[in-house]
Design a protein around this ligand. Structure first.
Ligand code: SF4
Length: 71
């Protein structure tokens, strides 16, 4: 379980905006992985605390991804 960061994913927005593969490619520390189908993503819990707060995922999907600092 991640201690420092939580990634909130609005699956409907990710699906509707078609950014799943972009999110998977963009994150430098592999926090996003393919979901149940090619329009969805899952969050790789083991990698979440590696987040560099680079903001690329939120830029790719501003309404669908929120990086929440827990500290
Ligand atoms: S802020 Fe950067 S490192 Fe963190 S989840 Fe988004 S793309 Fe990955």
């Amino acid at each position: 379980m991640a201690m420092f960061i939580r990634i909130d994913v609005n699956e409907d927005v990710v699906r509707d905006t078609g950014v799943a593969s972009k999110l998977i490619e963009t994150c430098p520390v592999k926090i996003f992985a393919p979901g149940a189908d090619d329009k969805s993503v899952t969050v790789v819990d083991d990698n979440v605390d590696e987040c560099t707060l680079c903001d690329l995922c939120e830029q790719a999907c501003p309404d669908g991804i929120k990086v929440v600092k827990l500290y």
